[in-house]
Design a protein around this ligand. Structure first.
Ligand code: PLP
Ligand code: COI
Length: 341
């Protein structure tokens, strides 16, 4: 247990808890205001806000890590800032300048320092930046005002078990349309995923895997994470599609596989009928980190990769390198780490 805050760091899951400060900035008349830290975790908004009716909102997820020497660092926050700008562009919301986004994250972490889990607990401080359309509006059109907010929560593993493999099933639904909003981190994509997720849980699976919405033959996403597979000849393969959320973790793993583990990396179609080509598979994302995929159920059969109970050796090496970089134990590529003072 922490002395300063009553938190059992080693047993955290992925759930909300109120921390002390969040950053809020408002946009009106064409510009963002200065923004400030506030203690109130409730927002007041018009009943006619576009975020409430038309899903005009987007969000991000990134983490702050405590290193062995007690420092705190962020992992590639510039990439989250850029992705949020792309999400905003897609649904006609004003973009938050990259540096202002990063500064807001740093301010929130500093103000909530006592909630950054200790090194060695495996837990992290999850940051949730978001933009919502607010102000009075009735027709389907962009909001007259916006709120940008960043709050934070200490978290443990997203999927129970952390590095223990979990099984997934193929969804009967699509999460995105071929030319829809799949590549943007907008709330509507997640609302549509609630029912398939619940159905997967009811069948005993950790979550569901979405196939491409056009042909339903290729793997797109693993719930709220990207997919990767390791072929029998040690290649790192990950799906390429315009309706996948471009995962920062996935692009980081591609770099790690190529430059730290000397593997060939290919972004291409991953056919659900050809799972045999992989000896290991995993889900990757900020919340999921790397979650080994034990097996995938498709048309009533469970295809098992390395094992349903043990992580495969290459997935483990990828995880150790990523985790090492994030917690400051392995040298990071230039620009990946931003120190919080
Ligand atoms: N795919 C979806 C649908 C997600 O929600 C996330 C989480 O952000 C990811 C993939 C992983 O992306 P990242 O690695 O940037 O967190
Ligand atoms: C993340 O990995 O940051 C996510 O957004 C996943 C989920 C909690 C929505």
């Amino acid at each position: 247990m922490s002395k300063e805050v009553n938190i059992d760091w080693n047993n955290l899951g992925f759930s909300y808890m109120k921390t002390d400060y969040r950053y809020v900035s408002r946009w009106s008349d064409g510009e963002w205001d200065e923004g400030k830290l506030v203690t109130d975790n409730k927002l007041s908004l018009s009943e006619a806000s576009t975020a409430l009716h038309y899903g005009q909102q987007c969000f991000e997820g990134l983490k702050a890590y405590r290193t062995k020497d007690g420092k705190i660092q962020l992992f590639r926050p510039d990439e989250n800032a850029k992705r949020m700008q792309n999400s905003c562009k897609r649904i006609l919301m004003p973009e938050m300048p990259e540096q202002k986004f990063i500064d807001a994250c740093i301010e929130v972490v500093k103000a909530n320092e006592k909630y950054v889990p200790p090194y060695g607990s495996g837990a992290t401080l999850y940051l949730r930046p978001f933009v919502i359309g607010v102000g009075h509006n009735l027709g389907v059109k962009p909001a007259p005002e916006y709120i940008f907010c960043v709050f934070c929560v200490p978290v443990g593993p997203y999927f129970k078990g952390g590095m223990t493999p979990v099984n997934f099933t193929i969804a009967d639904f699509d999460r995105a349309a071929p030319y829809g909003t799949g590549a943007a981190k907008v709330g509507g994509n997640y609302a549509g995923s609630l029912l398939p997720h619940e159905k997967a849980n009811e069948k005993g699976f950790a979550d569901c895997i979405y196939l491409d919405p056009k042909t339903h033959t290729k793997i797109e996403e693993v719930g709220a994470a990207n997919f990767f597979g390791i072929t029998k000849d040690d290649k790192f393969i990950t799906p390429k599609s315009p309706s996948i959320l471009p995962s920062i973790t996935k692009y980081s793993l591609m770099h790690i596989a190529e430059n730290y583990l000397d593997m060939e990396v290919v972004e291409r179609d991953v056919h659900i009928e050809k799972l045999d080509e992989f000896k290991e598979a995993g889900a990757c994302g900020t919340a999921a980190v790397i979650t080994p995929i034990g097996g995938i159920e498709y048309k009533g059969d469970l295809h098992v990769f390395h094992s349903e109970t043990e992580v495969g050796p290459i997935t483990k090496k990828l995880y150790d390198t990523l985790y090492g970089i994030q917690f400051g134990d392995v040298e990071a590529p230039e620009g990946w780490i931003v120190e919080v003072e």
